[in-house]
Design a protein around this ligand. Structure first.
Ligand code: HEM
Length: 351
């Protein structure tokens, strides 16, 4: 966190620190980094095992509602749904902080436009964004229906989107609709405090609904598909390697002097080497709305959404996959630390 916090921002962060049992705003980082389980300060649905179904939804505070009271009530409704087997993750959009008169966390931003996207703004953004995950879609639906109903006097549901993971065995990386393993190169638990959680157990959620032209991609010869991704389809190994978890060697060349992992491949362009090692935790789902409208719900958690912007700028400019995908919806939210959620829920906004 920056040292030049605005007074309002200082209030938000000091509140989180106090409730988390942390001595003060600047003091705790090392302590938390020592404790690889900084996870306990954060909400569910971020670093836990990924259940097979999801519903994401964006809400706006209804105009005329007393904002702080309304948001506190909404939090109570969403928190009451935390039952075993269904996890709800609550994120605050950039517009919410202004409405509440509370300083926003460092890094909060609306994403810029990217070349080639066709964003439907009605199914994007929101004052509040929630992610509801469970082992099946029915419990997610029931809970989201309940949230929408119970909050109908204070929140308007802007959009909702369901997603799924294809069947896969425990410990195996799930495949996306292009049939490639997706999620291999993710930070591991000991790295979460560095790349996912901020010092207080908050993180940013970046959501993109990405349409995929599955039939056209799958009609390509396998080696062409693999060159687009930069990995082998069957094993998930980086091109030129054998095992899924082998290191991505961006320098390896063929005997004819070309890069083994092509310059326009997805993996090369997205690789953390171009971001001084900075990583995001991808926890995506597939969606299928019928009639050929299918693709990826890209969901990723990171300390700073500027990382997403940098990666997406590189991808939008040169990724060989662009011919087969289109970004159609988008949202960014700050996944509030549990301590801040509880304070806001109790009507304590720090002033
Ligand atoms: C439909 C769209 C997309 C598809 C089908 C897709 C698929 C994949 C696949 C198959 C991999 C390799 C396996 C893995 O490491 O997980 C991968 C890696 C990755 N993707 Fe995507 N992806 C998509 C969009 C995005 C977007 C929008 C971003 C971020 C802006 C992104 C960021 C990454 C990153 C950071 C990696 C790891 C690269 C590395 O360090 O090796 N992807 N993706």
């Amino acid at each position: 966190m920056s040292s030049s916090l605005t007074p309002r921002r200082t209030v938000l962060l000091a509140a989180a620190a106090a409730l988390a049992g942390v001595p003060g705003c600047g003091a705790s980082r090392e302590a938390l980094l020592d404790d690889a389980s900084a996870d306990h300060l954060g909400q569910p649905g971020v670093v836990d095992g990924q259940p097979s179904s999801v519903i994401l939804a964006g809400f706006d505070l209804i105009e005329g509602a007393q904002e702080r009271a309304a948001f506190g009530k909404a939090l109570s409704i969403f928190r009451s749904g935390q039952t075993s087997g269904v996890e709800t993750t609550i994120a605050a959009g950039s517009t919410l902080f202004r409405k509440l008169g509370v300083g926003d966390p460092d890094g909060m931003q609306r994403l810029p436009g990217f070349p080639g996207e066709r964003i439907d703004h009605r199914s994007s953004d929101g004052d509040v964004i929630i992610q509801v995950c469970a082992g099946g879609i029915d419990p997610c639906r029931r809970l989201v229906d309940q949230y929408v109903k119970e909050s109908s006097r204070i929140l308007k549901c802007r959009w909702r989107q369901s997603g799924f993971l294809p069947a896969h065995s425990e410990g195996e990386t799930p495949r996306n609709l292009f049939r490639f393993k997706d999620g291999t190169e993710n930070p591991v638990r000991s790295e979460f405090p560095k790349w996912v959680w901020d010092d207080r157990g908050g993180t940013f959620l970046v959501y993109r609904k990405i349409h995929m032209d599955v039939d056209r991609f799958l009609s390509l010869p396998t080696d062409r598909q693999e060159n687009i991704i930069g990995r082998h389809r069957r094993s998930g190994a980086p091109l030129g390697s054998e095992e899924e978890k082998d290191l991505v060697d961006l320098f390896a060349k063929t005997s004819s002097g070309r890069y083994v992992i092509p310059v326009d491949s997805h993996v090369r362009l997205a690789h953390s080497r171009s971001d001084r090692g900075a990583r995001m935790l991808r926890r995506g789902y597939s969606y299928d709305a019928g009639g050929g409208d299918q693709g990826l719900l890209f969901i990723a958690f990171m300390r700073d959404p500027a990382l997403f912007v940098r990666v997406q700028q590189r991808l939008a400019g040169a990724d060989a996959m662009n011919e087969f995908i289109e970004h159609r919806a988008s949202a960014v939210g700050y996944v509030l630390p549990v301590a801040v959620l509880e304070r806001f829920r109790n009507g304590d906004f720090g002033d």
